[in-house]
Design a protein around this ligand. Structure first.
Ligand code: WT7
Length: 655
């Protein structure tokens, strides 16, 4: 049987990258773990019964008639059931006598703090619900939320959920134009914002951006403005309303209506780098069931004692699912931090862990690699002994970044859970379970109970252990997207057309000899070198495994001999010095030894920064432009576009 180049390539590399380190669960954690090895079988035996059992974690005003109605690719979960997401996140805990429990320890970037209990949160959500009703927001209307990381952001989302309005959060770092296209596509009626927020020690303006965005958009009837920084803002009478004027005078009573399980909860636009952003639609019952279960299972959450911290922005799905809906539906105590990790100093995150005795922390590999670059002596100054589980999300975590995280943050004691999922999946899909899995640095391990994931080849055949190809999802799951807002055809085409009957997330993956899953990055980023498919992730991880490298980005550039050749960009660790030809040779040899000669980069450039999207993903597309001497494409979604000029200057013949 003829092998396609893709299969050959994956097999070659997966045989070469050897990772033998294993971290079994700590005995005490395993003994008291929420999920134990035996629980996995029950879920596998009857998936739908398993999800019904998880749905019972929530309060339903009316039980469902059917668990799943599957009309591919359109799913209805818990049809006939009715519930209110805000009641599940707030009222339920107050009614059960836990109103005094802290929902959020909030930490502003300048050092101001607020402690918000569940009882206070309930009052705030009820008042905000009444205010939205007064502004004419009705069930089904879309409400844009363009906010800094402050408690009112959570309150705004829950108030929408409570009255059945659909929230559409736009990351506060996005431009006027990005906000505008999202307002148009969702036809939002109200925008909730703040005068500004604090970032890197400065007050950024948000209201001013909203003013620009809504100027020619009469569909937006009101702009509701929280005062955060106190900066001057322009005011349009009749349209603009201060939060403290309208919300504070409302009653704290609001009796919530139960909504259908499939009532839209929110739209979240994916940060597509080239195409028009996709409005990913999530609904109520299935979404809340899966975020609630995964938050409890993957982080081994003990709501009475844990202090949970997702260090991400609410403007991303990570914030929606694991700052808002997961932790609150479980009645957990969370930390919420407004600012950046280096303000006012590079130990800020660890200071927060020490101060609030955080037990579970969840963050992105890009942050972890930044901390590696800054040096292990910084976290070493803080007491991090409260931590018991660490999580990673957003990109494949390089084995060395995993090791650094586990060792320097987790005190060589905490399991690290590498959680694979997407905006579209709504909740974690593939992850180790801290009381069950023997962690492997770099592997996302196994699909969670109730989730059916496979790795397949070009012909949709399941690959054997040791093989590689694409990750796909075989069966519908409760938190799955219900579509792309206003565009069912695009939904089918994007996710359900590559392989008949299977959901295609767009990521490459391999299954190792033990049957565990490793994510290999977006398939668009896979390189074809002399007929072999090589994943950027594996070469990047090999580079990061060198003690002098903190971060690496790899792209395939056209090459007359090999078709494509590997060009790498590396950031050195603080202690590594300047680099030079000697180091470049050393790194090439190192990659050759780790992965085989075919994976040796043609070029390695030492750079001070890498181009990243605002959610921290490396933009390889731009690096490919540089590596191929092309004029650079659209840089508008970059955090800092001057980075590309610096990088281009490093390449002798780049335009
Ligand atoms: C894409 C989804 C998941 C919420 C934040 C990002 C990549 C995400 C992992 C991981 C390898 C990962 C994938 C995925 N990704 N987590 N643990 N290992 N890759 O949500 O912006 O929708 O991005 O992020 O490529 O498809 P998103």
């Amino acid at each position: 049987m003829a092998e396609t180049p893709r299969e050959q390539g994956h097999e070659t590399l997966s045989n070469l990258l050897q990772e033998t380190r294993r971290f079994p669960p700590p005995a005490d954690l395993a003994a008291a773990a929420n999920v134990k090895p035996g629980d996995l079988e029950a879920a596998a035996d009857d998936r739908l019964a398993f999800w019904e059992e998880q749905a019972r974690r929530l309060h339903w005003d009316r039980p469902w008639d059917s668990v799943l109605n599957w009309n591919p690719p359109f799913a209805e979960w818990f049809g006939g059931g009715r519930l209110n997401a805000a009641v599940n996140c707030v009222d339920r805990h107050v009614d059960a006598g836990r109103g005094d429990r802290v929902a959020f320890h909030w930490e502003g970037e300048p050092g101001d703090t607020r402690t918000i209990t569940y009882a206070q949160l309930k009052d705030m959500v009820c008042q905000a619900s009444n205010a939205l009703l007064e502004l004419g927001v009705a069930k089904g209307d879309r409400v844009a939320v363009y906010m800094p990381m402050i408690p009112e952001t959570v309150v705004a989302m829950l108030a929408c959920a409570r009255i059945g309005a659909v929230h559409m959060v736009v990351f506060g770092g996005f431009s006027v134009e990005a906000l505008g296209t999202r307002l148009d596509d969702s036809e939002a009626k109200v925008v909730i914002t703040a005068d500004g927020g604090y970032r890197r020690g400065k007050a950024s303006g948000l209201k001013a951006a909203v003013d620009d965005a809504v100027r020619d958009r009469p569909a937006v009837e009101h702009v509701l403005v929280v005062r955060r920084t106190g900066q001057d803002v322009e005011w349009t009478e009749g349209r603009d309303v201060w939060w403290h004027d309208i919300v504070d005078r409302q009653s704290t009573d609001h009796s919530a209506e139960a909504h259908d399980a499939e009532h839209p909860l929110y739209i979240m636009y994916t940060s597509g780098t080239t195409a028009k952003p996709k409005g990913i639609l999530h609904t109520t019952g299935g979404y809340l069931t899966q975020v609630s279960y995964t938050h409890w299972a993957v982080f081994d959450l003990k709501a009475d004692t844990d202090v949970f911290w997702t260090a991400a922005d609410i403007g991303w799905v990570t914030g929606h699912s694991y700052i808002v809906y997961g932790p609150l539906s479980n009645g957990a105590t969370s930390v919420m931090y407004e600012g950046t990790p280096d303000t006012p100093h590079q130990g800020r995150f660890w200071e927060i862990v020490e101060k609030y005795k955080v037990t579970i922390a969840y963050m992105a590999p890009t942050a972890i690699r930044t901390f590696m670059k800054w040096g292990a002596d910084i976290p070493a100054r803080f007491d991090l002994s409260s931590l018991r589980v660490l999580g990673s999300v957003g990109e494949p975590i390089n084995p060395e970044a995993y090791m650094w995280y586990r060792t320097n943050i987790g005190g060589d004691r905490t399991p690290v859970v590498d959680t694979w999922w997407q905006t579209e999946t709504g909740a974690i899909m593939v992850s180790p379970l801290p009381g069950v899995s023997s962690g492997k640095p770099g592997a996302a391990m196994r699909p969670l109970p109730g989730v059916v994931v496979d790795v397949i080849d070009d012909e949709a055949r399941s690959v054997p252990n040791g093989g590689g190809g694409y990750i796909v999802i075989r069966e519908p799951w409760p938190a799955m997207l219900r579509g792309i807002w206003g565009d069912p055809e695009r939904y089918k085409k994007t996710y359900w057309s590559r392989f008949e009957g299977l959901y295609f997330p767009g990521d490459g993956a391999k299954r190792d000899e033990d049957g565990d899953i490793w994510l290999l990055g977006r398939v668009d980023d896979v390189m074809l070198i002399s007929g072999h498919n090589i994943s950027t992730t594996e070469v990047e991880s090999a580079l990061v495994s060198h003690p002098k490298v903190a971060e690496a980005a790899v792209v395939g550039a056209t090459d007359p001999v090999t078709g494509q050749a590997i060009v790498s960009f590396v950031i050195l660790r603080g202690e590594a010095g300047e680099g030079g030809d000697g180091l470049v040779q050393e790194l090439r040899t190192h990659v050759g030894e780790s992965l085989g000669p075919i994976a040796k980069p043609r070029q390695i450039l030492v750079v001070p920064e890498l181009p990243k999207t605002r959610s921290g993903k490396i933009m390889r597309r731009l690096l490919r432009d540089v590596a191929e001497n092309r004029t650079m494409g659209d840089v508008s979604t970059l955090t800092d576009s001057s980075v590309m000029d610096v990088i281009a200057a490093k390449l002798p013949d780049a335009k």
